[in-house]
Design a protein around this ligand. Sequence first.
Ligand SMILES: CC(C)(COP(=O)(O)OP(=O)(O)OC[C@H]1O[C@@H](n2cnc3c(N)ncnc32)[C@H](O)[C@@H]1OP(=O)(O)O)[C@@H](O)C(=O)NCCC(=O)NCCS
Length: 332
Amino acid sequence: MEKEIYIVGTGSYVPKNVINNEFFKQFIETSDEWIYTRTGIRERRWADRDEAASDLAAQAFNKMNKELKIDPLDIELIVMATITPDTQCPSGANWLEAKIGAKNAVSFDVTAACSGFIFALDVAKQYLLNGTFKNALVVASEIMSRVIDLYDRDSCILWGDAAGCVFLTTDEKYQGYPVLKSTHIFTDGENGQNLLMPGGGSKTTPISHESVDKKLHYLKLIQANDSLRVAVRRFSESIKVALKNNNLSPEDINVVIPHQANIRIIQNVAKLSKIPMEKFYLTIEKYANSSSSTVPTALDEAVRDGTIKKGDNVILTAFGGGLTWGSAYIKW
Ligand SMILES: CC(C)(COP(=O)(O)OP(=O)(O)OC[C@H]1O[C@@H](n2cnc3c(N)ncnc32)[C@H](O)[C@@H]1OP(=O)(O)O)[C@@H](O)C(=O)NCCC(=O)NCCS
Protein backbone atom coordinates (compact mmCIF):
# COMPACT_ATOMS: atom_id res chain seq x y z
CA MET A 1 0.00 0.00 0.00
CA GLU A 2 1.22 3.49 -0.82
CA LYS A 3 2.15 5.58 2.20
CA GLU A 4 -0.51 7.97 3.49
CA ILE A 5 0.32 11.32 5.04
CA TYR A 6 -1.90 11.90 8.07
CA ILE A 7 -2.68 15.34 9.45
CA VAL A 8 -2.87 14.63 13.15
CA GLY A 9 -3.14 18.16 14.49
CA THR A 10 -3.62 21.81 13.58
CA GLY A 11 -2.79 24.99 15.50
CA SER A 12 -2.85 28.75 15.07
CA TYR A 13 -2.06 31.97 16.85
CA VAL A 14 -2.92 35.63 16.26
CA PRO A 15 -1.39 38.42 18.36
CA LYS A 16 -3.70 40.18 20.80
CA ASN A 17 -3.40 43.74 19.40
CA VAL A 18 -6.42 44.55 17.24
CA ILE A 19 -5.82 47.26 14.63
CA ASN A 20 -9.04 48.58 13.10
CA ASN A 21 -9.38 50.50 9.84
CA GLU A 22 -9.71 53.84 11.63
CA PHE A 23 -6.09 53.47 12.82
CA PHE A 24 -4.77 54.25 9.31
CA LYS A 25 -6.43 57.67 9.18
CA GLN A 26 -3.48 59.12 11.12
CA PHE A 27 -1.16 58.25 8.22
CA ILE A 28 -3.24 58.28 5.01
CA GLU A 29 -6.52 59.60 3.66
CA THR A 30 -8.85 56.62 3.93
CA SER A 31 -12.01 55.34 5.62
CA ASP A 32 -13.37 52.18 7.19
CA GLU A 33 -16.02 52.05 4.48
CA TRP A 34 -13.49 52.29 1.60
CA ILE A 35 -11.23 49.60 3.07
CA TYR A 36 -14.11 47.27 3.89
CA THR A 37 -15.87 47.54 0.52
CA ARG A 38 -12.63 47.29 -1.51
CA THR A 39 -11.01 44.49 0.50
CA GLY A 40 -13.43 42.88 3.00
CA ILE A 41 -11.08 43.83 5.86
CA ARG A 42 -12.39 45.40 9.09
CA GLU A 43 -9.41 44.74 11.34
CA ARG A 44 -6.14 42.88 11.63
CA ARG A 45 -3.85 41.68 14.46
CA TRP A 46 -0.35 43.09 14.90
CA ALA A 47 2.41 41.61 17.03
CA ASP A 48 4.10 43.34 19.95
CA ARG A 49 7.54 44.84 19.28
CA ASP A 50 9.20 41.99 21.18
CA GLU A 51 7.44 39.20 19.26
CA ALA A 52 9.24 37.61 16.30
CA ALA A 53 7.93 35.15 13.69
CA SER A 54 9.23 32.15 15.65
CA ASP A 55 7.35 33.36 18.77
CA LEU A 56 4.05 33.34 16.88
CA ALA A 57 4.92 29.95 15.39
CA ALA A 58 5.78 28.54 18.83
CA GLN A 59 2.41 29.76 20.16
CA ALA A 60 0.61 28.02 17.27
CA PHE A 61 2.57 24.84 17.96
CA ASN A 62 1.81 24.99 21.71
CA LYS A 63 -1.90 25.39 21.03
CA MET A 64 -1.85 22.33 18.77
CA ASN A 65 0.28 20.36 21.18
CA LYS A 66 -2.04 20.91 24.15
CA GLU A 67 -4.17 18.16 22.61
CA LEU A 68 -1.58 16.27 20.57
CA LYS A 69 1.04 15.99 23.30
CA ILE A 70 3.88 15.02 20.98
CA ASP A 71 7.31 15.05 22.55
CA PRO A 72 9.23 17.84 20.72
CA LEU A 73 12.26 15.52 20.72
CA ASP A 74 10.32 13.18 18.39
CA ILE A 75 9.85 15.83 15.68
CA GLU A 76 12.04 14.92 12.69
CA LEU A 77 11.44 17.82 10.28
CA ILE A 78 10.31 21.43 10.62
CA VAL A 79 9.47 23.37 7.46
CA MET A 80 8.55 26.98 8.05
CA ALA A 81 6.98 29.24 5.44
CA THR A 82 7.82 32.88 6.00
CA ILE A 83 8.93 36.07 4.27
CA THR A 84 9.42 37.76 7.65
CA PRO A 85 11.77 35.41 9.56
CA ASP A 86 13.24 36.54 12.91
CA THR A 87 16.55 37.03 11.08
CA GLN A 88 17.78 36.19 7.57
CA CYS A 89 20.33 33.95 9.27
CA PRO A 90 19.56 31.80 11.18
CA SER A 91 16.28 30.93 9.53
CA GLY A 92 12.92 31.36 11.25
CA ALA A 93 12.65 27.56 11.44
CA ASN A 94 16.01 27.33 13.27
CA TRP A 95 14.77 29.81 15.88
CA LEU A 96 11.54 27.83 16.22
CA GLU A 97 13.40 24.52 16.59
CA ALA A 98 15.29 25.97 19.57
CA LYS A 99 12.21 27.63 21.06
CA ILE A 100 10.10 24.46 21.17
CA GLY A 101 13.01 22.20 22.09
CA ALA A 102 12.83 20.09 18.92
CA LYS A 103 16.53 19.24 19.23
CA ASN A 104 16.44 16.22 16.93
CA ALA A 105 14.63 17.94 14.07
CA VAL A 106 16.08 19.28 10.84
CA SER A 107 14.59 22.72 10.24
CA PHE A 108 14.58 25.22 7.39
CA ASP A 109 12.49 27.97 5.81
CA VAL A 110 10.60 28.01 2.54
CA THR A 111 10.04 31.33 0.81
CA ALA A 112 7.06 31.55 -1.51
CA ALA A 113 5.27 34.67 -0.21
CA CYS A 114 1.54 34.17 0.34
CA SER A 115 1.66 30.65 -1.17
CA GLY A 116 4.38 29.64 1.30
CA PHE A 117 2.31 27.24 3.37
CA ILE A 118 1.25 25.19 0.32
CA PHE A 119 4.90 25.08 -0.83
CA ALA A 120 6.02 24.02 2.68
CA LEU A 121 3.39 21.28 2.72
CA ASP A 122 4.64 20.09 -0.66
CA VAL A 123 8.28 20.00 0.50
CA ALA A 124 7.41 18.08 3.67
CA LYS A 125 5.27 15.68 1.64
CA GLN A 126 8.27 14.68 -0.52
CA TYR A 127 10.43 13.84 2.52
CA LEU A 128 7.62 11.84 4.12
CA LEU A 129 6.81 9.90 0.96
CA ASN A 130 10.44 9.03 0.22
CA GLY A 131 10.89 7.88 3.81
CA THR A 132 13.67 10.29 4.83
CA PHE A 133 11.51 11.48 7.73
CA LYS A 134 8.46 9.96 9.41
CA ASN A 135 6.92 13.16 10.66
CA ALA A 136 6.98 16.90 10.01
CA LEU A 137 5.83 20.10 11.63
CA VAL A 138 4.74 22.41 8.81
CA VAL A 139 4.26 25.96 9.96
CA ALA A 140 3.71 29.42 8.50
CA SER A 141 4.44 32.54 10.49
CA GLU A 142 4.48 36.16 9.43
CA ILE A 143 4.90 39.55 11.03
CA MET A 144 3.84 41.67 8.07
CA SER A 145 3.42 44.74 10.32
CA ARG A 146 7.24 45.02 10.36
CA VAL A 147 7.57 45.39 6.58
CA ILE A 148 4.81 47.81 5.67
CA ASP A 149 5.07 51.51 4.95
CA LEU A 150 2.23 53.18 6.86
CA TYR A 151 2.19 55.99 4.30
CA ASP A 152 1.74 53.64 1.33
CA ARG A 153 -2.00 53.97 0.78
CA ASP A 154 -2.36 51.04 -1.60
CA SER A 155 -0.81 48.43 0.60
CA CYS A 156 -0.51 49.40 4.30
CA ILE A 157 -4.16 48.56 4.97
CA LEU A 158 -3.92 44.99 3.69
CA TRP A 159 -1.64 43.17 6.12
CA GLY A 160 -1.88 41.32 9.43
CA ASP A 161 0.31 39.07 11.60
CA ALA A 162 -0.45 35.42 12.38
CA ALA A 163 0.93 31.88 12.54
CA GLY A 164 -0.57 28.47 11.80
CA CYS A 165 0.69 24.90 11.68
CA VAL A 166 -0.11 21.26 11.03
CA PHE A 167 1.65 18.11 12.17
CA LEU A 168 2.08 15.42 9.52
CA THR A 169 3.06 11.80 10.00
CA THR A 170 3.21 8.58 8.03
CA ASP A 171 2.79 6.52 11.22
CA GLU A 172 0.03 3.99 10.50
CA LYS A 173 -1.26 4.15 14.03
CA TYR A 174 -2.99 7.35 12.86
CA GLN A 175 -5.12 5.57 10.25
CA GLY A 176 -8.53 7.26 10.16
CA TYR A 177 -7.08 10.75 10.60
CA PRO A 178 -7.34 13.35 7.77
CA VAL A 179 -5.09 12.50 4.82
CA LEU A 180 -3.08 14.98 2.74
CA LYS A 181 -3.88 13.50 -0.68
CA SER A 182 -2.13 15.89 -3.05
CA THR A 183 -0.27 19.17 -3.37
CA HIS A 184 0.25 21.25 -6.52
CA ILE A 185 2.70 24.13 -6.77
CA PHE A 186 3.52 26.63 -9.56
CA THR A 187 5.71 29.70 -10.14
CA ASP A 188 6.21 32.42 -12.73
CA GLY A 189 9.45 34.29 -12.01
CA GLU A 190 9.19 36.41 -15.13
CA ASN A 191 6.07 38.23 -13.96
CA GLY A 192 6.77 38.22 -10.25
CA GLN A 193 7.94 41.77 -9.50
CA ASN A 194 4.62 43.37 -8.63
CA LEU A 195 4.81 42.31 -4.99
CA LEU A 196 8.33 43.20 -4.05
CA MET A 197 10.54 43.86 -1.03
CA PRO A 198 13.40 45.57 -2.90
CA GLY A 199 15.80 46.19 0.02
CA GLY A 200 17.61 43.95 2.47
CA GLY A 201 18.68 41.34 -0.08
CA SER A 202 21.86 41.08 -2.14
CA LYS A 203 20.44 43.57 -4.66
CA THR A 204 20.96 46.44 -2.18
CA THR A 205 23.61 45.02 0.12
CA PRO A 206 24.64 46.40 2.46
CA ILE A 207 21.48 47.99 3.85
CA SER A 208 22.38 51.66 3.78
CA HIS A 209 20.99 54.99 4.95
CA GLU A 210 20.11 55.58 1.33
CA SER A 211 18.11 52.35 0.95
CA VAL A 212 16.28 52.98 4.23
CA ASP A 213 15.59 56.62 3.28
CA LYS A 214 14.11 55.33 0.03
CA LYS A 215 11.99 52.88 2.08
CA LEU A 216 13.37 49.94 0.07
CA HIS A 217 13.06 47.66 3.11
CA TYR A 218 9.25 47.83 2.89
CA LEU A 219 6.93 45.61 0.91
CA LYS A 220 5.70 47.28 -2.26
CA LEU A 221 2.58 46.42 -4.18
CA ILE A 222 2.98 47.67 -7.73
CA GLN A 223 -0.11 47.74 -9.98
CA ALA A 224 -2.27 46.46 -7.13
CA ASN A 225 -5.28 46.31 -9.38
CA ASP A 226 -3.54 44.09 -11.95
CA SER A 227 -2.58 41.74 -9.15
CA LEU A 228 -6.27 41.19 -8.35
CA ARG A 229 -6.91 39.89 -11.90
CA VAL A 230 -3.88 37.61 -12.02
CA ALA A 231 -4.70 36.23 -8.56
CA VAL A 232 -8.23 35.26 -9.59
CA ARG A 233 -6.92 33.38 -12.64
CA ARG A 234 -4.17 31.54 -10.76
CA PHE A 235 -6.34 30.62 -7.76
CA SER A 236 -8.97 29.16 -10.07
CA GLU A 237 -6.40 27.21 -12.09
CA SER A 238 -4.92 25.72 -8.93
CA ILE A 239 -8.33 24.56 -7.71
CA LYS A 240 -9.00 22.96 -11.10
CA VAL A 241 -5.69 21.08 -10.97
CA ALA A 242 -6.48 19.71 -7.50
CA LEU A 243 -9.93 18.59 -8.65
CA LYS A 244 -8.64 16.98 -11.84
CA ASN A 245 -5.82 15.11 -10.10
CA ASN A 246 -8.21 13.60 -7.59
CA ASN A 247 -11.11 12.89 -9.98
CA LEU A 248 -13.34 15.33 -8.16
CA SER A 249 -15.92 17.79 -9.45
CA PRO A 250 -16.76 21.17 -7.87
CA GLU A 251 -19.89 19.67 -6.25
CA ASP A 252 -17.72 17.17 -4.33
CA ILE A 253 -15.96 19.93 -2.40
CA ASN A 254 -17.21 20.67 1.12
CA VAL A 255 -14.80 23.40 2.24
CA VAL A 256 -12.26 25.62 0.46
CA ILE A 257 -9.63 27.35 2.57
CA PRO A 258 -8.38 30.16 0.33
CA HIS A 259 -5.53 32.56 0.93
CA GLN A 260 -7.20 35.72 2.24
CA ALA A 261 -5.89 38.71 0.23
CA ASN A 262 -9.08 40.45 -0.86
CA ILE A 263 -12.72 39.33 -0.58
CA ARG A 264 -13.27 40.33 -4.22
CA ILE A 265 -10.61 37.82 -5.31
CA ILE A 266 -12.35 35.05 -3.37
CA GLN A 267 -15.80 35.97 -4.76
CA ASN A 268 -14.51 35.81 -8.33
CA VAL A 269 -12.63 32.56 -7.70
CA ALA A 270 -15.87 31.05 -6.36
CA LYS A 271 -17.65 32.04 -9.57
CA LEU A 272 -14.91 30.78 -11.88
CA SER A 273 -14.42 27.49 -10.07
CA LYS A 274 -18.18 26.87 -9.77
CA ILE A 275 -17.91 26.26 -6.03
CA PRO A 276 -20.47 28.30 -4.04
CA MET A 277 -19.09 31.19 -1.99
CA GLU A 278 -20.61 29.65 1.20
CA LYS A 279 -18.02 26.88 0.93
CA PHE A 280 -15.11 29.34 1.09
CA TYR A 281 -14.00 29.78 4.69
CA LEU A 282 -13.28 33.43 5.48
CA THR A 283 -11.09 35.11 8.09
CA ILE A 284 -10.18 38.21 6.07
CA GLU A 285 -12.61 40.51 7.90
CA LYS A 286 -10.87 40.01 11.27
CA TYR A 287 -7.29 39.05 10.36
CA ALA A 288 -6.63 40.61 6.88
CA ASN A 289 -3.76 39.20 4.80
CA SER A 290 -1.06 37.54 6.93
CA SER A 291 0.72 36.23 3.80
CA SER A 292 1.63 32.53 4.13
CA SER A 293 -0.17 32.28 7.49
CA THR A 294 -3.72 32.90 6.26
CA VAL A 295 -4.27 29.33 5.03
CA PRO A 296 -3.12 27.36 8.12
CA THR A 297 -4.76 29.88 10.48
CA ALA A 298 -8.09 29.59 8.66
CA LEU A 299 -7.71 25.80 8.46
CA ASP A 300 -7.23 25.55 12.23
CA GLU A 301 -10.24 27.78 12.92
CA ALA A 302 -12.42 25.84 10.47
CA VAL A 303 -11.47 22.58 12.21
CA ARG A 304 -12.09 23.96 15.70
CA ASP A 305 -15.45 25.61 14.96
CA GLY A 306 -16.76 22.45 13.31
CA THR A 307 -16.94 23.82 9.74
CA ILE A 308 -14.69 20.97 8.57
CA LYS A 309 -16.14 17.58 9.44
CA LYS A 310 -14.84 14.04 9.17
CA GLY A 311 -15.06 12.78 5.60
CA ASP A 312 -15.11 16.28 4.05
CA ASN A 313 -13.24 17.06 0.85
CA VAL A 314 -11.13 20.11 1.64
CA ILE A 315 -9.15 22.25 -0.82
CA LEU A 316 -6.44 24.69 0.25
CA THR A 317 -5.47 27.29 -2.35
CA ALA A 318 -3.09 30.25 -2.40
CA PHE A 319 -1.50 32.84 -4.66
CA GLY A 320 1.32 35.25 -3.94
CA GLY A 321 4.40 37.22 -4.94
CA GLY A 322 7.03 35.51 -6.99
CA LEU A 323 4.67 34.78 -8.68
CA THR A 324 3.72 31.66 -6.76
CA TRP A 325 0.48 29.73 -6.53
CA GLY A 326 -0.76 26.30 -5.56
CA SER A 327 -3.32 24.05 -3.94
CA ALA A 328 -3.70 20.99 -1.77
CA TYR A 329 -6.44 18.40 -1.39
CA ILE A 330 -7.17 16.88 2.01
CA LYS A 331 -9.62 14.05 2.68
CA TRP A 332 -10.65 15.03 6.19
C1 LIG B 1 -5.22 47.78 -3.08
C2 LIG B 1 -6.66 47.45 -3.49
C3 LIG B 1 -7.49 47.26 -2.25
C4 LIG B 1 -7.19 48.65 -4.25
O1 LIG B 1 -8.48 48.36 -4.75
P1 LIG B 1 -8.85 48.72 -6.24
O2 LIG B 1 -10.26 48.40 -6.48
O3 LIG B 1 -7.82 48.08 -7.11
O4 LIG B 1 -8.73 50.29 -6.21
P2 LIG B 1 -8.01 51.23 -7.25
O5 LIG B 1 -6.54 50.97 -7.29
O6 LIG B 1 -8.76 51.14 -8.53
O7 LIG B 1 -8.22 52.62 -6.57
C5 LIG B 1 -9.49 53.22 -6.47
C6 LIG B 1 -9.34 54.58 -5.83
O8 LIG B 1 -9.16 54.43 -4.41
C7 LIG B 1 -8.02 55.19 -3.97
N1 LIG B 1 -7.36 54.49 -2.84
C8 LIG B 1 -6.30 53.66 -2.89
N2 LIG B 1 -5.99 53.23 -1.66
C9 LIG B 1 -6.88 53.80 -0.82
C10 LIG B 1 -7.07 53.72 0.57
N3 LIG B 1 -6.31 52.98 1.37
N4 LIG B 1 -8.11 54.43 1.09
C11 LIG B 1 -8.91 55.17 0.31
N5 LIG B 1 -8.78 55.28 -1.01
C12 LIG B 1 -7.76 54.61 -1.58
C13 LIG B 1 -7.14 55.26 -5.17
O9 LIG B 1 -6.28 56.38 -5.08
C14 LIG B 1 -8.13 55.38 -6.31
O10 LIG B 1 -8.56 56.73 -6.39
P3 LIG B 1 -8.80 57.39 -7.82
O11 LIG B 1 -9.88 56.56 -8.48
O12 LIG B 1 -9.20 58.77 -7.48
O13 LIG B 1 -7.48 57.28 -8.53
C15 LIG B 1 -6.74 46.19 -4.40
O14 LIG B 1 -6.19 46.46 -5.65
C16 LIG B 1 -6.01 45.04 -3.79
O15 LIG B 1 -6.43 44.47 -2.80
N6 LIG B 1 -4.89 44.67 -4.43
C17 LIG B 1 -3.97 43.77 -3.85
C18 LIG B 1 -4.23 42.40 -4.22
C19 LIG B 1 -3.28 41.58 -3.46
O16 LIG B 1 -3.30 41.55 -2.24
N7 LIG B 1 -2.41 40.92 -4.17
C20 LIG B 1 -1.51 40.04 -3.58
C21 LIG B 1 -2.19 38.75 -3.46
S1 LIG B 1 -1.33 37.72 -2.37
